[in-house]
Design a protein. Sequence first.
Length: 208
Amino acid sequence: MIMEAPVSSSSVGQDLIESAHSRHQYSPSSNDARAMRIAELMNDYRTLLLHTMEQTSSIHLSDAHQEGHLVLKQNREAALNLLRTSYKHSGATDNRGNEDAQTSHLREIILDASARRHIACKIYLRVAAAKRWEINHVNLARRSGQGEVTAQQQVIDEMLQSELCNVSDQFVASELSAADEKAGYWLNEDPTLESIIFWVRSGITKQN
């Protein structure tokens, strides 16, 4: 997933896809289906953050001034910030016995979970690009003479910037949507990208 194929959260955790078919036992209009969708989103979210933390665990402060290492450091901090934020329901907290209120609450959680997964995937893809930069730098140091290094380092840095620019909200949403459809998830009430971006910008979930 990281190096060649289009990257998505569901391809990070292939084991999550295997449970997708159990979704079809639920009516698309039921709160059970909504609760299952929340579980799927949060499983992807946790998997993405786990991989991000693993990939950024060996950052050295002395390297933080270099292009790729700075990206790794910034996105590790973004992941930690995301972990520190918690979902805050905008309505009443006790919806027991009120099915309409429960439905509204679950829909809001789906939006929040979708936004968190979107941010986590964006962070992960940036980290993956920086790790490729790191590998390229190591390979360059091993095979090049001192006089060749500077020019090739610039090429590698430019490749990193190009990859980071490609990690747009639209790209992330498209990759996640394709993975969800492949897994057979119920997506009838998944929020639009516009809704996700609005939710993120509202401050409910924050990204550094």
